[in-house]
Ligand binder design. Sequence first.
Ligand code: ATP
Ligand code: MG
Length: 578
Amino acid sequence: MRYSKSFIYTLKEDQKEAAIVSHNLLLRGGFIVKLASGIYNYLPLGLRVLKKVSDIVRDEMNKAGAIEILMAAIQPAELWKESGRWNDYGKELLRIKDRGDRDFVFGPTHEEVVTDIVRRFAKSYKNLPVNLYQIQTKFRDELRPRFGLMRGREFIMKDAYSFDKDEAGMDISYEKMRKAYNNIFARCGLNFRSVEADTGSIGGKDSEEFMVLSKTGEDEIVICDSCNYASNVERADSIVNDESGQEQELKLIPTPNKQTIKDVCEFLNANPEFSAKALVYENEKGEVFCFFVEGDDELNMVKAMRATDSIELNMVDDEKLKELGLEKGYIGPVNFPNKSMKIICDRRITKRNTLVVGANKENYHYIGAKFGRDFDCEVADLRVVKEHEICPRCKKGHLKKVRGIEVGHIFKLGQKYSKAMNATFLDENGKSVPYFMGCYGIGIGRTAQAAIEQSHDEDGIIWPITIAPYEVEIVSLDTRNKELVEFCDSLHEELEKAGIEVLYDDRDERAGVKLNDMDLIGIPLRVIVGKKSFDGGNVELSLRRDKKRWVVKKQDTIAEIKKTLKKLYDEIEEARNG
Ligand code: ATP
Ligand code: MG
């Protein structure tokens, strides 16, 4: 492709709308252009990268035995009512009406549609297992669209859905997808990890997320320094000090104007690990909950939602607290004043023999409170684990927190959707059984962008060879020298003939402009043809990642390019196997 005939427009200035490097580089490099909040157009370079990622995904899906289909993006509300998600999905679901006032949604995911397809055709156990996938545009009306393709509203996803006749089959299908996912992200040249994950609104049993490790990732991950335990902090567990402490008598103590648990503990000279703080939240159904976690623990919102079967939890304001009969700053589980509210304590609290807690009375706290003796409540794991706590798996390593970008997510759904939608097959005994399902997603655009987040320098993108928009760039630094131009033209032609993806910068521009654009766009291998070395019978090659130039005889250029490309592909292959 000749640059002069292409549609590539780079931008010199950093883009204000971009809060992270990869977003800025996608915009500046002319890969994407914004249409509306969270909605982007893919320009030729961006589309080439998307295709590269999609091709890898497709190849691995096919190898794992999944079958490609393409489902409709617009889905009738009836299916969502059947699954129950018409009510449960929340505000991310874009609901639309047709001219006949019938309800539709723009698909944020396709469990309903695919289940409807499979139940029509795969009516016998003999038709199973089957795994159907597609690569398609989704829409989710995200609360905070940001970071370009990372958290868009419209985005491209690969979603696969497996159907099995029993749980053992489902486990095998899941395992195949897990392997395929590891291959995909390794082939994309990413440094990633799979972590245990919460199943969220999609529901189900086991689930793992594939995380590209990056400081700017939106997810926090907990990893063990001694075994392979890795979990999204949303569901991570740990072993912590669960000393029970000396049992004491319950005593009411004045704590004038001490409202935060920190102040109270300081004032009483108490260890915050032996205190409980209250957090009051209301869910989307209007149910109100009072959670108690230890004084220096943080409430884990995902665990709290899980414990209360909520899809949204909002902290209640002071006015609402009053309405509920609760005394701000002094809320405690002993003699809890609101009998209709559910109170839920973190497990750790219930293990202590003595606790400092609010007395539900202004300027007073209790000391010596004990679960079971002085108060009762539901018990759940509600806390955010902290660094340095002990690993729950190997029971000896220490936990560390790192950040990641979730590029893929695999779930065992079990019979959640098939039961709700009455999607069944006939088993060996002629009995109707709901399918055992799994679902498996990859954000195509997010994966491409995550690669940039992980691989760039101050001048621009450094694409891994496998997903680069082009493999090679020819930069002609003198467009007036007839011989040099002829050489570049024929090199361009020869490379294209050899099936090598090449961008040929034939523009009549200053060398500085061309070299800057080349750095920004990030094509892995470049051939620089300048007058001086050309007159000496040579050209220069360099890799984008270190920009070190080496000299090659003109006639050896193609062989050297092929050799270098092979080396780049081999590196990725080695990383995948190692
Ligand atoms: P997140 O927690 O980031 O919102 P999710 O758990 O909602 O992700 P899934 O429903 O599992 O995501 O979707 C599968 C994949 O689709 C994700 O792993 C991610 O790569 C991609 N994805 C999800 N939401 C978006 C989005 N708003 N923009 C771009 N890609 C997305
Ligand atoms: Mg989401």
